[in-house]
Design a protein around this ligand. Structure first.
Ligand code: HC1
Length: 572
């Protein structure tokens, strides 16, 4: 510990702290813009400058280390003026279309302007008049709004190890863009949207597809149904001011009904179906000498990463479609037949915590009955926008449940939303299939939590199943390199986003002031595991709706019909 003084207050803080961390401990607010803990700590924007006694110039609090006896002033006239000048210079170059910006009310720049009491901008900046890159099916990049904070660069390069965006040019001409100013659609972007999650302004955002959904809902010829991913229900509430990790399943279903969807389904049910198919595939590959390890295929950002950077693992991918794509195929086949609806008239909307799923829904590999399995994917944020646009009071809604004929899911389906969840759900089923009876273990702690790579060995039916889990593409890279170097596993789960879907690129955006000090992955995952613990059924193979689907339609996991509708193949 060291003793320091901040604004004449004596405080004792750990010696590895920065001034920013020390001030936070002392409950003294220092504004930041480029800073994002553990992701971008480069002191570039100079918003967090403070006066340090004895130092020749103002210092960036986010990178300046504390030391014994340090004296710091966070609100001196020089500090306040420097911050205002910096902010006004940034604002002078920023496209100030706040009224129509998707980040209005959740923009860190807007908030700083308010907090620093900016009444006028003393400088005349140059507008770049940049063309907005809208070619990617998932992500829009708008240089006119970029504040050059480089959080997205660091996320893409250091966390995801994808590096498709970086700073180009120099000085006043600096832009953050793919090389040669190409579109995100022309470079090997995985569309994970993690860059969007860390952007403090509206320079990176998802492709907004809400108009397509409004249009479908207004078309009386269409039967418009919706499904919601496991991770959406533990994050959507944040868009309406609720604490991180609040479960809003019932409010979400009720608002979707009010928006006019004919049926509201749960992607968790399809996650159970995925486990039946994928579990069977794992067992078959092990028994028949198939390609090992089997690697999960439900994260489309991961699939794209595999295709671009590790094509040698494409044959390892499970042939299962991701759960929401399976559900789309089931809705346009089994459900269409059962309800007597022409599949051409069924319009499937998926609410996902993910931007890459917008790209996934357009893949030709994912249309089994002559139409795309899923018609439109909306992110959690887009759903919130629709709810607000419809004037629905999200907090005051009657209790509602998912619709039948497939309105039930197991706890195994719920935990898909957190890293390790797909593996744990699979282990709950595979262990019982291999041992031919009930297995007491339900919770597999070894695959839970935010450690980058997790491993587990499970013994069942005389077999030792070796599993590994990676989340975030940087960790996926490490795990794949380990496998290439000779490490052997039977089954591997990879999710593109750090923490899994709970922290997907389509989830509510928390500002740096929250995100730097709260682990969103843990808080949202806690809510997921709570929901699992409360479920009456916690294993996919015990879900009566899944049994019904096999009895009435698919016959058994891995059947000919299953392969036709629920499986696919990605090519090198
Ligand atoms: Fe996911 Fe999945 S869990 S991929 O993480 O397998 O996005 O939530 O919907 O499809 O079920 C995302 C979440 C989601 C699929 C399922």
């Amino acid at each position: 510990m060291v003793n320091i003084t901040i604004d004449a207050r004596k405080v004792q803080v750990p010696k590895n702290y920065t001034i920013l961390e020390a001030a936070r401990q002392a409950n003294i607010a220092i504004p930041t813009l480029c800073f994002l803990k553990d992701i971008n700590e480069i002191g570039a924007c100079r918003m967090c400058v403070v006066e340090v006694k004895g130092a020749r110039s103002l210092q960036a609090a986010c990178v300046y280390p504390v030391s014994e006896g340090l004296e710091i002033y966070t609100q001196s006239p020089a500090v306040r003026e420097a911050r205002k000048v910096t902010l006004e210079l940034i604002l002078s170059n920023h496209e100030k279309k706040c009224l129509t910006c998707v980040r209005s009310r959740n923009c860190e720049l807007q908030k700083l302007s308010e907090e620093l009491n900016i009444k006028d901008i003393r400088f005349e900046g140059e507008s770049g008049n940049f063309a907005v890159d809208q070619f990617s099916p998932s992500i829009v990049r708008d240089q006119n709004k970029c504040v050059l904070c480089r959080r997205c660069v660091s996320m893409c390069k250091n966390v995801q190890t994808v590096s498709v965006i970086d700073t180009n040019e120099r000085g006043f001409k600096t832009v953050v863009a793919p090389a040669f100013n190409k579109s995100l659609n022309e470079v090997p972007c995985t569309m994970c949207g993690q860059c969007v999650s860390v952007c403090p302004v509206g320079a990176l955002r998802e492709k907004d597809d809400t108009d397509r959904v409004w249009e479908a809902l207004a078309n009386s010829d269409l039967h418009v149904v919706v499904q919601t991913a496991p991770a959406v229900r533990v994050a959507l509430g944040e868009e309406f001011g609720m604490p991180i990790g609040t479960r809003v399943t019932s409010n979400m279903i009720a608002s979707l009904r009010r928006l006019g969807f004919a049926k509201v389904f749960d992607t968790d049910t399809a996650a159970d179906l995925t486990i039946m198919e994928e579990g069977t595939e794992v067992i078959e590959r092990i028994k028949n000498g198939g390609k090992l390890p089997v690697i999960t295929s439900c994260s489309p950002g991961w699939i794209k990463f595999c295709e671009h950077y590790y094509p040698e693992f494409i044959d390892n991918l499970s042939s299962c479609k991701s759960p929401h794509e399976m559900f789309g195929a089931v809705l346009k086949s089994y459900y269409a037949e059962k309800m007597g609806i022409d599949p051409a008239k069924i319009f499937v909307v998926s609410i996902m915590p993910c931007t890459a799923k917008k790209f996934e829904a357009q893949r030709p590999e994912l249309s089994s009955v002559g139409y795309p399995d899923v018609d439109v994917v909306l992110t959690t944020r887009e759903l919130a926008r629709m709810i607000r646009e419809a004037g629905i009071d999200f907090t005051e809604l009657p209790e509602r449940h998912f619709d039948d004929p497939m309105g039930e899911a197991s706890g195994a389906g719920v935990i898909f939303g957190a890293t390790g969840g797909v593996m744990e759900a699979a282990l709950r089923t595979v262990a019982e299939i291999l041992s031919g009876g009930k297995v007491a273990a339900i919770e597999y702690d070894a695959v839970r939590g935010v450690e980058g790579i997790k491993e587990a060995t499970v013994e069942a039916g005389g077999m030792k199943l070796k599993a590994a889990v990676a989340h975030g593409l940087g960790n996926a890279r490490k795990l794949l390199d380990k496998i290439k170097a000779g490490e052997e596993y039977h089954f591997v789960e990879i999710m593109a986003c750090p923490g899994g879907c709970v922290n997907g690129g389509g989830q509510p955006i928390q500002p740096s002031q929250v995100r730097s000090w709260t682990d969103l992955r843990k808080e949202r995952a806690k809510a997921i595991y709570e929901e699992d613990r409360e479920m009456p059924i916690r294993k996919s193979h015990e879900n009566p709706k899944i049994k019904m689907l096999y009895d009435e339609y698919f016959e058994k996991p891995g059947s000919h019909k299953s392969h036709e509708l629920l499986h696919t193949h990605y090519k090198k």
